[in-house]
Every structure is written in C-alpha cells, then in structure tokens.
Ligand binder design. Structure first.
Ligand SMILES: [Zn+2]
Length: 358
C-alpha cells in the first residue's frame, strides 16, 4: 500500500508551549512577563507564516525503511548565542566529547534517546526511516519561552527563569518535537481539528515513551506528564500537560488552569490553536495512558507498537478524526496480537474517553 503522505504534505510548526498559554501570560499584570510572552507570540507567529511560505523538503515514498539495528544517530548541535539566526554556530558534532554547556549536552542526549527508541523498539532508522541527520540549536533568542521543530531542525529557548526554565531539561519535550518530524514523514496528519489533535497527541505519546525508555520505567512507574521540570519554582503546577489526568497539570495565578479535556464530554470547540490541537489532544492522550497501564510492563512494547503501526501503516487518512484513529488501533491490535486481551484493552481505553470504535 502506498503511504498516504503522497496525497499532500502538511508541515507542522509546533511550539511546545501552545499559543493559549502564551496568550494567558501576555495578559499578566506583570509588564515584564506580559511583554516577554507577547514577544514570543510575535516571533512564533512570524516563523509560522514563514513556514507556510517555505517548501519543506518533502518526503519521498521510497524503499522500505532501513532497519539496521546497529545504526547510529547523526547529530549536530548549534549555539544561537541568544540570537535568532538558525542554525547558529556549530558546537558539537556526532561522536564528539561533551562540551562545557549543559544545554548542548542535554539536547544531544535527547536527540540520541529519540533515535534510540525508534531504532530499538520499532526498527526505524531516524524519523524518516533513512537515517535523517538530527539537528538542534540551543540558546535561541533572549529568555525565549519555547522550543520547536521547524520541519527541519529542533530549536530550544532558555526560558525566562520566572515561568519556564531551559527547554532542554525535558527529554519528552525534545522527543515530542522530533515526533512531529516522524508524523510528517509518515501519516502526515493535517494540523487542524481532530487530525491536528491526533498529531499533537502522537507527539506526546512518543515523547513520553522516549522518556520512559531512557529511564527504564514501566507504565506503572512513569509520571505520564509532558514537560515535567520545565516550570520555574514558584509556578503552581507540575508540567505542561498530563496524559494521565488531562486538565490537572497546572493551576496558577499567571498561567491560569490547564484547559485540557479528559474525555469527549468536554471536547473543546474553538477556532483558536488550529481548532484546539493542544487542548483536545488530552482525549487520545488519556486513551493511550489507559491502554498502556492496563497492559502493564514497558509501554513502548505493546501500546506503543500499536500507535506506531497506525502512524506508519499507510491506512490513516491525513484528515482522520479520533474515531478513525481508534478503529485503526483496534485493527492493529487484532493484527499484531490476535483476538485477546490487547484488543479488549484497546476497546476499553477508547470507550472510557468517549471515542466510538464501531
Ligand atoms: Zn506539538
């Protein structure tokens, strides 16, 4: 079967801190915080516009991915030195010793951990399946409160130290952004409405799986948070999002309350944030959490394998809604494991979040 990504190509410009959160920050009584948030929003909007006008190197449907399990990543790290020109000055190439800059070394390790999960668990060589080099730039701009994948490379801000810390501290954030590249090269889910929320959710799922894999955690041991450690001390919250309990990651005077729904009953209808892609992603996120914890053990083995199968299987439409994705996970479970506990667990997980599978 030909991959669906031949039908069109949807470059994603995802910033890990979503627009709704920066909007809230920009309304802060503190003029310094509000000013910084407005600057980040303006800078992100400008970059988003540029992305729409730029042709991203389009994946070519070609040979089957090379699954040489001894493959090594090809990483290059750059330092923007607080400017906005990308990629910046080259500071660490693949195989070179750690530098004296902890941000560089964390980004290098995070890119490597993502490569490692894709290869060791799913036999995929880098995000394109063909060993695509992984490029990261740290110290982007001054006190920049975000991190993003621009279709070609990762970019990390230092955070302002008051609301957010250095964005390289969260390995799942690095993996979330790189997974947008994986989606871009495979199912190519369009970044709007439910397919956009699925795109976001898949990034959170593999973001969390990279973290769990690198720490050797089981589903029961994992924190199921996205961006744990990213909020500065004093902010009332534990992370950017919670897959386990969407809507509970933070509740803070400045940031407001985490607005993610945990089931279809609370689905958010909005035109903002590409139709709430960072909001309604809470629903499929929780379905994955419920499945992984019901199956137990290492989440990337069974639950993660099913999501990977759907993402890369060529059956998922670019504009798929939650129900279409859910049905494919049921089919994938049946295909991989036959009619048994796995299929039952998949059906139950989607049912609990109110997404129909028939
Ligand atoms: Zn994202």
């Amino acid at each position: 079967m030909q991959p669906r990504f031949q039908q069109g190509f949807h470059p994603v410009f995802c910033t890990i801190v979503p627009p709704h959160l920066l909007d809230k920050l920009s309304q802060s009584d503190d003029p310094v915080l509000a000013g910084r948030a407005r600057r980040t929003l303006q800078s992100d909007a400008a970059r988003r516009t540029r992305r729409h006008m730029t042709t991203v190197a389009r994946p070519t449907a070609a040979p089957e991915p090379d699954d040489d399990r001894s493959a090594k990543p090809d990483r290059t790290l750059y330092d923007c030195r607080h400017g906005t020109d990308l990629p910046g000055t080259k500071v660490r190439a693949e195989g070179e010793d750690p530098t004296s800059d902890a941000s560089v070394n964390r980004a290098y390790a995070g890119l490597g951990a993502t490569f490692e999960l894709l290869l060791s668990a799913y036999g995929r060589r880098s995000i394109d399946g063909h060993g695509l080099p992984l490029i990261g730039s740290v110290h982007y701009d001054e006190k920049y409160n975000n991190a993003f994948f621009d279709g070609e490379q990762m970019v990390f801000g230092d955070g302002d130290g008051e609301i957010f810390l250095d964005f390289t501290v969260a390995i799942d954030v690095i993996a979330h952004e790189l997974t947008h590249g994986l989606t871009q090269y495979t199912a190519n889910l369009s970044y709007y409405g439910q397919s956009g929320a699925l795109n976001e959710s898949v990034s959170d799922v593999f973001g969390s799986l990279v973290k769990q894999h690198s720490l050797g955690q089981t589903a029961a041991q994992a924190d199921w948070l996205i961006g744990e450690g990213l909020l500065a001390p004093g902010v009332q919250g534990v992370a950017l999002r919670s897959m386990k309990a969407p809507g509970t990651a933070y509740d803070d005077d400045v940031l407001g309350k985490d607005p993610q729904p945990a089931s279809m009953d609370d689905y958010v209808h909005t035109g903002d944030d590409n139709g709430g892609v960072h909001l309604n992603s809470g629903i499929p996120n929780r379905a994955f959490y419920l499945l992984a914890t019901a199956l137990g053990g290492s989440s990337w083995e069974r639950a993660g394998q099913l999501w990977f199968d759907v993402l890369t299987g060529g059956e998922l439409a670019v504009d798929a809604d939650f129900a279409a994705f859910a049905r494919l996970t049921v089919a994938a479970a049946r295909n991989r494991f036959g009619d048994g506990d796995e299929v039952e667990a998949v059906l139950k997980a989607w049912s609990e979040v109110g997404v129909p599978t028939s």
